[in-house]
Design a protein around this ligand. Structure first.
Ligand code: GUN
Ligand code: ZN
Length: 434
């Protein structure tokens, strides 16, 4: 039996191109009286509301009025095990990891704790309109099982992997090169492509992996080239000095990955702030994605990512929360922070560019833009509905708006989970959000 057809009406916005590389008007498809038809879990039609209402008279109608219907937000770099230590005070990267992060990650040896945190985290994401995430787990395989199980319960499309570390972290979090390979492979075999789960090969960053571990993970990636690989690079200056000491033969930070087969088009390189010219051109030529994490970069004090310059050079760039180094679960708060960092780096990012990054652009960095990140027939019905007047302050500002983008920008800068009017995942409506 097929599900009841559902017609979602409101303002619709989706992207047919990259607004960093073409005029905004050409890249965006905005319909102030639009709609989408959901059939059997996917988007079956996108058109004017009136056209859809006459074409599908039997469909159950959800009329969202002036609210904005968007593809669900995608977060391309997060650490679900850091949910309970978000907003921990006063440390920069290495001290922050040692003081707050590693002790918390040790708790994920307990499958019940991991399960509870995975559920809490994914519910927070949905509350914030994020329907897809790429998350690090901990080094414990049970933390990966917990995450993928909780995502499957919610029918969410997620990407995740076991965080591999065999040095410079507390002993209970360390594996070995062989264990990293074996456990990652077993998890990959178990979860990759099951339901809506995708396995991501995950060396945390080169300071916590020996060359031997990076090498076996490069080998695993070569054996599974359709998987994504995620890691961190060039986030904070003292980290760069540490990497240079640990890898005296490497030409630079990127080389610690490149020499072990960990540079590629399906690589996600978190932060990528302090890159040399060689690193930039190698990353661009290889097609790897730089993942910008603006609330994390200001919160941990890492530096300013230059979005305008990197996009201008032809880099693939993703945008992410980096929860819990980042200070929010919300992609709205994240695009606001990206705007502010853009201003400090000399580029005022357009609201269309910000929303593209959080949806279609991020889908592209995951090589998933054939089924995620767009409102178009055949795409997953993962949808976020935004109230553009969700608080008194936003409403007061939006009432002055003369254009659509002027109407949207106050929500970008001041919106949070209160702006998320509704969320659909895999064609099903997530419980009434209050
Ligand atoms: N570098 C290595 N691990 C981490 C982490 O958990 N968070 C951040 N922000 N940077 C890292
Ligand atoms: Zn991170």
């Amino acid at each position: 039996m097929t599900d009841q057809d559902r017609l979602l009406l409101g303002q619709t916005l989706t992207f047919s191109g990259d607004p960093f590389h073409m005029p905004i008007g050409d890249a965006c498809d905005h319909n102030s009286q639009g709609g989408i038809l959901i059939r059997d879990g996917v988007i079956a039609a996108v058109d004017h509301a009136d056209t859809l209402k006459s074409a599908y008279p039997q469909a159950e109608v959800m009329d969202y009025g002036r609210n904005l219907i968007l593809p669900g937000f995608i977060d391309t770099h997060a650490h679900y095990p850091q949910t309970a230590i978000i907003a921990s005070w006063g440390k920069q990267l290495i001290d922050w990891l040692n003081t707050y992060t590693f002790p918390e990650e040790m708790r994920f040896v307990d499958p019940d704790y991991a399960q509870a945190m995975a559920r809490t985290y994914l519910d927070l994401l949905l509350r914030n309109g994020t329907t897809t995430v790429v998350s690090y787990c901990t080094s414990h395989p049970v933390s990966v099982d917990a995450f993928f199980s909780a995502a499957t319960e919610r029918q969410m499309s997620v990407f995740a992997g076991k965080t591999c570390m065999d040095r410079n972290a507390p002993a209970p979090l360390l594996d070995t090169p062989q264990r990293a390979y074996d456990e990652s492979k077993a998890l990959l075999d178990q979860w990759h492509g099951r339901d809506r789960c995708k396995y991501v090969i995950t060396p945390r960053f080169s300071p916590t992996s020996t060359p031997e571990q990076l090498e076996v993970l490069g080998q695993l990636w070569a054996e599974h080239p359709d998987c994504l690989m995620q890691t961190h690079i060039s986030e904070q200056l003292p980290e760069l000095d540490w990497v240079a000491k640990l890898f005296p033969k490497a030409r630079d930070y990127l080389d610690t990955y490149e020499m072990f087969g960990l540079l590629g088009a399906r690589g996600l390189y978190g932060h990528a702030i302090h890159l040399t010219d060689r690193e930039k051109s190698r990353l661009r030529d290889a097609g790897g994605a730089l993942v910008h994490c603006p609330t994390s970069n200001t919160f941990i004090g890492s530096g300013l990512f230059d979005m305008g310059a990197r996009k201008g050079e032809g880099h693939k760039v993703g945008l992410a929360t980096d929860t819990g180094g980042g200070s929010s679960f919300s992609m709205l708060r994240t695009i606001a922070a990206a705007y502010e960092i853009g201003q400090l780096s000399g580029t005022a990012l357009h609201p269309a560019q910000l929303l593209w990054l959080a949806t279609a652009g991020n889908a592209q960095t995951l090589h998933a833009d054939d089924h995620l990140g767009h409102l178009a027939p055949g795409y997953a019905a993962d949808i976020t509905v935004i109230d553009l007047t969700s608080t008194a302050a936003i409403e007061t500002r939006a009432n002055q708006a003369e254009t659509f983008w002027d109407m949207v920008f106050p929500t970008i800068m001041m919106g949070d989970d209160r702006a998320i009017a509704d969320v659909w995942v895999n064609g099903g409506r997530v419980g009434q959000l209050s």
